[in-house]
Design a protein around this ligand. Structure first.
Ligand SMILES: Cc1cc2nc3c(=O)[nH]c(=O)nc-3n(C[C@H](O)[C@H](O)[C@H](O)COP(=O)(O)O)c2cc1C
Length: 229
């Protein structure tokens, strides 16, 4: 059985691009005693933080973006309605235009977002298809984005989900048909910043030190696990 990570292998990327259906028709079964264990996946989840500064000189190919969308496509969906669609953007001129409509790091008011050399090199725009019934669409979007971000992290690619974006301007720029509306964007690139989780100490706001290292507080297990019955 191919592992989740093998979705990024060239064979599957080709399959995703060349077949109209991408990752389908693969027999999936739950393999008891499979090689991957929680302890193998957990470091990836830890690494999968929100990154906001990237190496603009290190590009991501369109194939990788298509493979990420193919992973998003097979994510869980309430009532299996699958209301989401996607746009991949990796051409520099369009990345630059799209980037102008993203809002970064609300908790860092003195930071105007990444400088030119540290901008994301790609975006995936998550759209809702308004012709599909709207049930738990936000949850679907979260699941799809999380799966994409985890697979990206497995390839060393950092990401940041962006909910604070100028949807109207982006819809105009990307000439999005009326049937679709933008819900979120995922910014992608190879990170040039370090992000460290720290125990919550009364404030959820992330912050940076004098070396621009990013710290993100996380509530403690004892505070979130409120009952064990
Ligand atoms: C639904 C959602 C929307 C977000 N929107 C933005 C955004 O507009 N701009 C931004 O800089 N970060 C955004 N983030 C990133 C969060 O700020 C980040 O997840 C949070 O600070 C925790 O950091 P971590 O992802 O490293 O754990 C968003 C995250 C989520 C889940």
């Amino acid at each position: 059985m191919p592992s989740a990570l093998s979705y990024m292998e060239p064979f599957f990327v080709d399959a995703a691009l060349n077949c109209s259906h991408g990752i389908v028709d693969r027999v999936v079964y739950f393999c008891v005693g499979s090689n991957m264990r929680m302890k193998d996946l957990q470091p990836l989840i830890e690494k999968n933080r929100s990154y906001r500064r990237f190496d603009f000189g290190r590009k991501i190919s369109e194939d990788v973006l298509v493979a990420l969308v193919d992973v998003a496509r097979i994510s869980q969906s309430a009532a299996n309605l699958q209301p989401l669609c996607y746009i991949t953007i990796c051409q520099e001129e369009m990345v630059t235009k799209v980037h102008k409509h993203m809002r970064w790091a609300g908790y860092l008011p003195d930071w105007d977002g990444p400088v030119d050399e540290e901008r994301p090199v790609a975006y995936i725009i998550v759209l809702g298809n308004t012709e599909v019934k709207q049930t738990y669409r936000e949850v679907d979007a979260g699941l799809a984005m999380q799966n994409m971000c985890i697979c990206a992290a497995a390839e060393g690619i950092g990401s940041c989900m962006i909910g604070n974006l100028d949807k109207k301007k982006l819809e105009e720029l990307l000439k999005i048909p009326k049937q679709y509306e933008i819900i979120y964007a995922v910014a992608l690139g190879f990170p040039v910043e370090e992000v460290q989780m720290v125990p919550f100490a009364g404030d959820v706001k992330y912050y940076r030190n004098e070396n621009q290292k990013h710290f993100v507080p996380k509530r403690l297990l004892k505070d979130v696990l409120i009952k064990r019955a």
